[in-house]
Design a protein around this ligand. Sequence first.
Ligand code: HSE
Length: 300
Amino acid sequence: TEIKVFAPATVANVVCGFDVLGFAVDEPGDEVVMRVTDQPGITISKITGDNGRLPLNPAKNTVSVSVQHYLDSIGRTDLGLDIELHKKMPIGSGLGSSSASTVAGLFAAKTLLGDERDAAQLLPFAMKGEEMACGHGHADNVAPALLGGFVLIRSYEPLDVIRLPHPTGLYCAIVFPEVDVPTREARQIIRNKIAMKDAVTQWGNIAGLVSGLFMQDIDLIGRSMQDVLVEPVRSILIPDFYRLRELAMQAGAVGFGISGSGPSVFAFARNEETARQITQQLQQHLSSLKIGSQAYVSTI
Ligand code: HSE
């Protein structure tokens, strides 16, 4: 028995919701092919699309480690599983690359085992993978990769994850500038104390964004896409971030920001044509800076 599972890229934070908001896109995403083997334990027979960056050693790969945690928890250590991982999106891009692989692996294992539990119950195992990948088990990539759409992590302890609605016809433009921003480092530079005044601005925006999602009010969503806590610090890791924002807004973006911990940036647009124009403008600017980039346009 063999199964092939796709899991999508995700945009974490959604500007103002550091560690608590995220959404999934249609593409890109990663693919896992998993099969049952005769020998107990997990093997990784093949990884493609990673330029040799990911370990084949199952004790060091986030996909196999998460799947192993899951097998341990349900007492199926007798089982043998082989994993093929096909990376179809850039690593270290801020698009939840490790989350997509981990979620695909966990979902494949759950399905092969005929485990009927709700997909949401795989979340703690996927978060273990995140912890291994970047030192912190945040859920704002793995939860939307697993559940789809927009997701709010209302609380981490206890874990309380809520699927949110979103307006139909909302498009997402993503541009990945080819510079390295490891999540681990992008988390280290964030301030850990904030001023009350900034907190007030931030929670107003988060509440505004969530209200906009429920009310299908794209203008309100756009107005709420401001981050006074994390973006001012992280933007320095992204080439010409504020010029990219200006170009995106001029091209008709509803809102613009860093995807996850960067360096990818994303914008919302009201239609596909605008989303494509945004990616073109941003890619053109990056190439004038001699920085290569990749772009994706997707519905949510
Ligand atoms: N919320 C996490 C962060 C997402 O911003 O560090 C990482 O992709």
